[in-house]
Design a protein. Structure first.
Length: 119
């Protein structure tokens, strides 16, 4: 099982980006999916999570600006980021709780994608 994140880049403050993350491999079911970020010198923090049933939570710092969603048929999770601020600059990681066909359940991470917001 692996996760592949994409969509990061350089954007001006106030702009938008959409991050995508694809899960692949021996996947029986994907439970919770999420996005985390880590800025230089900071710990990795949870930004948003979405359950298999599409229930979502968003961190206060991004609420109203970022939206997490998923496509269960495609094993994808997305993060729509609007009204970006310089303090959103970080490496963004996707994360998923996955049960494989062998019925092993584990937490998997994508490789990270850099988002840089210029002022």
């Amino acid at each position: 099982v692996q996760l592949q994140a994409s969509g990061g880049g350089l954007v001006q403050a106030g702009g938008s980006l959409t991050l995508s993350c694809a899960a692949s491999g021996s996947i029986f079911t994907i439970n919770t999916m999420g996005w985390y970020r880590q800025a230089p010198g900071n710990q990795r923090e949870l930004i948003a999570q979405v359950s298999r049933g599409a229930n979502t939570i968003h961190a206060d710092s991004v609420k109203g600006r970022f939206t997490i969603s998923r496509d269960n048929a495609k094993n994808m999770v997305y993060l729509q980021m609007n009204s970006l601020k310089p303090e959103d600059t970080a490496v963004y990681y996707c994360n998923a709780d996955i049960t494989s066909y062998s019925r092993r359940r584990g937490t998997y991470w994508g490789q990270g994608t850099l988002v840089t917001v210029s002022s």
